[in-house]
Design a protein around this ligand. Structure first.
Ligand code: ZN
Length: 635
């Protein structure tokens, strides 16, 4: 489907989050990088309903608190202290983080605030031990230019990163506290982006400015992008947690398709005369008896466990639940997503997808009869304990009513394929209040001016410099920067003395193509790469071994370079051994060497490469063979 994004009034705003590479966390002295050797502390908390100081309950907070989940925290004594455990008040705001955020803000022409006020933002999914996330505005009203268009930067804020989920079960969630409190910069643009490509270009430009500070973290999990997306007649939908920059255009495109699809369904429902009153009046029915002998495993398991199967007829929804606008984008998925998020049910089905999943045609017929569903009606069934099943179907009813009005405003989560899933309602305005444990931090004009004088060069300037300093092309320099390999490149060249073009081609080209083949090259430790280049320089490994070694290390991220060398049989060979082998091959091909030296070289090289590929430098090998062959010819 070709979409005219201007025609449909697409508006996208971005929130780019990136971890800062500070020595300490934002409100305590714990390190921001994992350290070995700590003791693990495990403790449990229960979610509670949080009220703002005005006494209002935030809709997003209410959503979490009704789930009554047990939260299990795993803390490591090496990177968590009493602050993360919420047993001690936060320390003062980390000055190093403030300085980095200010640097980025000034590079985006934003206006720093006179005084930093730390606020509490209610987040009670358990990702913060306190029930809120601390956040503070550093600067306002910036602007960057992307492809000739001015993109307003509304705010630049500093916040504490949340704990990371390590395990999730229906009534229980486990968090690792290592990440909690790592400083995070958040850059928010105005919703002026009008196409999926532009979303990518703007995020890329902001990423380059942040990286130009040279004080942001790199690698998996250090960047998260949130988007808010709307189209004319649709609604503002917030999408959280896009980790890959490359995925942004797809997320935007799929969200537009989803909103257009929901608008189309709204029109169809209206033309079918479906009314909110009918939906509200529809009773929920117990249809367990139909399924006592079902071959659907999931229904049977629920029934045997004491649960029930409940059904809700959706008058006029027949055929619309299963209608697919793009893979995974169906109204049926929306209803199920809402029910799953609120009531944590698993066994949920609708008649547009039945018979199927072990549910027979006869069972569907009896179900339709039981609830009085006509041809244009759909029926949704849920199998769970009675209370939970009722709750889930109330959510389905609520979401079905919203379908009459088009697109519901909500917060959704991005999945790796670019589709999204319902997370929770959009938070209300009552969600922020002042953090009274931390005094405001004034930003004197002289201090800001000082940072302004010391702004780092842009990445374009850095690329120029790298290109000149190391004699690599501007394109290679840009690729080193974009693949975030500059630091390791400079270390490799500086510490090993390897030719810069060799280091660049392995770090950029080899790693990029292996990544495209699906190898998780980001997992390789910098120390192992460094050691690889050291050995190449010492002649203990051939640079040709790079692809094999990189592949192996990507697949075995816990192993070392030594393990790779052993596993791949790349043990170094001595020059003597190679020379002896060449002499043998010369002898074996004596006639050919005399009659056709060129051919002889390629035959001998072919033999040698079978044994020495990756263990001895190819160029050097070729040199030795030609010397030997032509030496003999001359004799
Ligand atoms: Zn700490």
């Amino acid at each position: 489907m070709k979409i005219d994004y201007r025609e449909i009034g697409l508006k996208v705003g971005l929130e780019i989050h990136r971890q800062l590479d500070t020595r300490h966390k934002l409100f305590c002295d714990c390190p921001t990088t994992p350290r070995e050797g700590g003791r693990e502390i495990v403790f449990i908390r229960w979610l509670r309903e949080a009220q703002s100081e005005l006494g209002e309950v935030d809709p997003a907070a209410l959503f979490e608190s009704r789930k009554r989940r047990m939260i299990v925290y795993h803390a490591d004594t090496e990177n968590t202290c009493l602050v993360e455990l919420d047993e001690e008040p936060p320390h003062d705001l980390n000055r190093e983080a403030v300085e980095i955020a200010l640097t980025a803000a000034l590079m985006m022409n934003a206006r720093p605030v006179d005084e930093i006020h730390v606020m509490r933002k209610i987040v009670i999914d358990g990702s913060n031990t306190t029930g809120f996330q601390r956040t503070c505005v550093i600067a306002l009203g910036g602007e960057i230019e992307v492809d000739g268009k001015k993109i307003p930067i509304q705010t630049i804020t500093l916040e504490e990163d949340a704990a990371r989920i390590i395990e999730q079960k229906p009534h229980e969630v486990h968090y690792d506290l290592s990440r909690l409190g790592i400083p995070l910069i958040e850059v928010s643009t105005a919703p002026v982006i009008n196409s999926p490509e532009e979303a990518y270009n703007v995020a890329y430009a902001i990423g380059r400015i942040l990286r130009a500070t040279r004080r942001v973290k790199r690698g998996i999990g250090t960047v998260r992008q949130d988007l808010n997306i709307s189209i004319t007649g649709g609604a503002l939908v917030e999408i959280k947690g896009v980790q890959e920059l490359e995925l942004l255009p797809k997320v935007v495109e799929l969200e537009v398709i989803r909103q257009l699809h929901l608008l189309k369904i709204r029109d169809e429902l209206r033309s079918r005369g479906v009314s909110e009153d009918d939906l509200k009046r529809e009773p929920i029915k117990d249809v367990t008896s139909i399924f006592v002998k079902t071959s659907s495993k999931i229904l049977r398991r629920r029934i045997e466990g004491g649960g029930v199967v409940l059904a809700l007829r959706l008058k006029g929804f027949g055929g619309l639940l299963g209608l697919e606008a793009a893979p995974g984008i169906r109204l049926g998925a929306e209803l199920a997503g809402r029910a799953r998020a609120w009531s944590e049910v698993e066994g949920i089905f609708h008649t547009d997808e039945l018979p199927g999943y072990g549910i027979s045609g006869e069972e569907v017929m009896r179900l339709r009869e039981e609830v009085g569903a006509g041809d244009l009606d759909a029926v949704v069934i849920v199998a769970a304990e009675r209370e939970r099943a009722e709750d889930a179907l109330e959510r389905v009813r609520e979401r079905a009513i919203e379908a009459l009005y088009g697109v519901p405003p909500e917060t959704r989560g991005a999945r790796p394929d670019g589709t999204t899933i319902y997370l929770r309602p959009r938070p209300g305005a009552a969600r922020m209040y002042p953090e009274t444990d931390i005094p405001p931090l004034p930003l004197p004009r002289e201090y800001v001016e000082e940072i302004k004088r010391r702004l780092p060069p842009s990445l374009d300037e850095v690329a120029e410099w790298i290109s000149r300093r190391y004699g690599v092309s501007k394109q290679i320099a840009d690729e080193l920067i974009d693949s975030e390999k500059v630091e390791i490149f400079e270390r490799v060249v500086g510490e090993t003395g390897i030719q810069p073009s060799i280091a660049a081609s392995i770090l950029v080209e080899h790693m990029k193509s292996l990544r495209r083949e699906g190898y998780e090259v980001e997992k390789i430790r910098e120390e192992d790469l460094l050691e690889f280049f050291r050995r190449v320089v010492r002649g203990e490994l051939a640079k040709e071994a790079a692809p094999e070694i990189i592949k192996w290390l990507a697949q075995n991220p816990d192993k070392s370079l030594d393990d790779a060398v052993n596993a791949l049989g790349l043990k170094a060979v001595s020059l003597e051994e190679v020379k002896a082998r060449i002499a043998e091959l010369m002898e074996a091909n004596r006639d050919l060497v005399r009659s056709n030296p060129g051919k002889a070289i390629s035959v001998i090289m072919g033999e040698l490469m079978k044994t020495y590929r990756g263990r001895f430098d190819g160029g050097k090998l070729y040199q030795l063979v030609s010397q030997a062959v032509y030496g003999q010819v001359r004799d």
